[in-house]
Design a protein around this ligand. Sequence first.
Ligand SMILES: Cc1cc2nc3c(=O)[nH]c(=O)nc-3n(C[C@H](O)[C@H](O)[C@H](O)COP(=O)(O)OP(=O)(O)OC[C@H]3O[C@@H](n4cnc5c(N)ncnc54)[C@H](O)[C@@H]3O)c2cc1C
Length: 328
Amino acid sequence: MNTPIAIIGTGLAGLSAAQALHAAGQTVQLFDKSRGSGGRLASKRSDAGSLDLGAQYFTARDRRFVEVVQQWQARGWVAEWDPQLYHYNENGLSPSPDEQVRWVGQPRMSAITRALLGALPVHFSCRITEVFRGEQHWTLLDAEGQSHGPFSSVIVATPAPQASGLLSAAPKLASAAASVIMEPVWAVALGFETALATDLEGCFVRGGPLDWVARNRSKPGRDSHLDTWVLHASNSWSRQHLDLDKEAVIERLHGAFAEMIGCPLPPPSFSLAHRWLYARPASAHEWGALADADLGLYACGDWCLSGRVEGAWLSGLEAARRLLEHRQ
Ligand SMILES: Cc1cc2nc3c(=O)[nH]c(=O)nc-3n(C[C@H](O)[C@H](O)[C@H](O)COP(=O)(O)OP(=O)(O)OC[C@H]3O[C@@H](n4cnc5c(N)ncnc54)[C@H](O)[C@@H]3O)c2cc1C
């Protein structure tokens, strides 16, 4: 067996790299600090059913990603979501239909990464704190003080602020990652016993605390006894209220939702708040992936490209391509 390649992060970027390497006959071993895969493309299981608190949907523009999404659709991992779309601004609510094809994981966002992970070897609840190279091979150290290895190469597939410390063996890569600013987002989910009297299923909001509102239950396969909604605060509001307690965040975003939705809003019977500290990169990059091929250290993630689901997948693919190219 060849010496495995370590991949830190089981979001879409890490799994895209894992799939490409596995398909090329390489052995991979994955690590994630969370209890499951998905990262920002995960879903939260709750009393109100599964909720997409991070990525809401994704689009596919690059030919390679379009093809792979078609395969995912054929396997039943994703489905099209065609919401009744609105815009909200100082003039109020207005319908805003468009031609954009929007994809979601089915029956929940995390279905995609669960399927991609398949039977690949993975350590969950394992936060990697150090990545270091000996004479020939790499070793990882986790937060419990356990070491993992040896590995022939390491791919760091975490958000940039978490990647920079893990890339210290390659200072150029570490400083590129450290230069990336990632914006926070507060997400709130609300569940109502009685369906709200509106046909709105998705809304881009301009001005005020909110940025986006979605009727979670309108997505294909979502099963809930409640009318569930996900509200995202804008980056600037989230930044300004980073340390507000969750109850206060729920109250403020619920208030903003009541103002915009244009129908009576009963008290929710379910609510939760989640803070994404590193939700989206503040700007896009064209790195594809970062690599020190001689060392065998790579970094990928949405922040190397577009800051979107598609960018994460393409970046993972690029990291794998560069690693395989170096082995030839
Ligand atoms: C609120 C929000 C809304 C969004 N909306 C959209 C949208 O509508 N459309 C769209 O295309 N994109 C959207 N995105 C962006 C999209 O979710 C991301 O671009 C994509 O999921 C990033 O994937 P990734 O693999 O690069 O990173 P991540 O999904 O963040 O995966 C990184 C993984 O690394 C793990 N990790 C981190 N540090 C360590 C460590 N030290 N040790 C071990 N594991 C570690 C994490 O647990 C995580 O699982 C949104 C994101 C958020 C947060």
